[in-house]
Design a protein around this ligand. Structure first.
Ligand code: UDP
Ligand code: MG
Length: 320
């Protein structure tokens, strides 16, 4: 059985060599045949040079390098496309995903599980981030169809059929947490204690996280559209009731003094609500716009893989 280990790397020059040693040592200890698929996501540092060196010294290391930064989602997709293993482990290059857990994953996989998820505890995270994450997961699980769990990330083992299923999902806006959950199959989860980053710093800024959260919300269903519709109907009925009340009062007590403040509040509030709704619709239109362009998810600049697959979706999936 061949195990592929997919590693997205973005500016990881400080830790990459250490990562490689740790993983190869662990795999040697486990005695499994394996290959490493490094994906350099348009790093600005020496990541690519290090990968070239690693690959020259170790035939089990393959790499591909993007023409620019396409994001971790694209890097994972590329890694999965180029992984030949019977099972694939996805892990970060920053050693926050302990290689010692691969053995446990393989055991669970041997026990018949297609997805083995390592769920991290939030130990060592900043309080603000923990609280934001809790609130986000509480909210999002009420809004989307698939189940998303706090602490469950991309560190997981996938069976071959799971990988093939994922590769069949060719959407441009990829939200892996949702995609993994969407494909299903036999899934199991175990927890591990969170390790803080050893070197460098997280590329996630607050803005990036916020947008990632919105992606998760919007890329899975049309519930936000439905919510906008409900809100519109609610406001319409409130407005109608208010109008009826005003007419009633005017008939009983005669015409009142004009409600200047009421008018202003209603107009601005409705304008705000309308902007939000247009924004929600706009988000979906924007997504459709990106999907119909059918651009590749990434472009490869360099690779040591003999027959690089096309970055485009498989031809049979591009129906006219
Ligand atoms: N990464 C990537 N492209 C990006 C950002 C990150 O390939 O645009 C990689 C990064 O090299 C690392 C993994 O994704 O291996 C997780 O990134 P990071 O450690 O910054 O995220 P965090 O651990 O804070 O979630
Ligand atoms: Mg990290």
């Amino acid at each position: 059985m061949l195990i592929s280990i997919v590693v997205p790397c973005f500016d990881e020059e400080e830790i990459l060599e250490r990562f490689h040693v740790r993983v190869t040592d662990e795999m040697a200890r486990l005695g499994h045949e394996f290959q490493l698929v490094y994906v350099d996501d348009g790093s600005g540092d020496a990541t690519l040079e290090i990968l070239e060196r690693l690959a020259a010294a170790d035939p089990r290391a393959r790499y591909l390098s993007f023409s620019r930064n396409f994001g971790k989602e694209a890097a994972m997709l590329a890694g999965l496309q180029h992984a030949e293993g019977d099972a694939v482990v996805i892990m970060d290059a920053d050693l926050q995903h302990p290689p010692e857990l691969i053995g446990r994953m393989l055991e669970e996989h041997a026990g018949g599980h297609d997805q083995v998820i390592a769920r991290r505890t939030r130990k060592g995270d900043r309080v603000t981030r923990t609280v934001a994450a809790r609130a986000y997961y509480w909210l999002i699980n009420r809004l989307v169809d698939v189940e998303l769990v706090d602490g469950v990330g991309d560190f997981r083992l996938l069976s071959r059929r799971t990988v093939d299923a994922l590769l069949g999902l060719t959407e441009y806006n990829r939200f892996s947490k949702g995609l993994f959950s969407w494909v299903g199959f036999r899934t199991t989860t175990f927890s591990y204690e969170n390790a803080t980053r050893e070197q460098g710093r997280s590329a996630w800024t607050f803005g990036k996280l916020l947008n990632y959260g919105l992606d998760g919300l919007l890329s899975f269903n049309n519930k936000p559209l439905r919510a906008a519709l409900h809100l519109g109907l609610l406001l319409l009925s409130v407005a109608l009731a208010y109008a009826a009340w005003i007419v009633g009062v005017a008939m009983v007590r005669g015409v009142d003094t004009p409600g200047y403040v009421t008018l202003l509040v209603v107009v601005t509030a409705l304008a705000g609500v309308q902007m939000v709704m247009v924004g929600v619709v706009g988000e979906y239109v924007g997504r459709i716009y990106y999907e119909v362009k059918r651009r590749p998810h990434f472009l490869v600049k360099a690779s040591n893989i003999a027959t690089p697959q096309q970055p485009h979706p498989p031809q049979e999936l591009v129906r006219r």
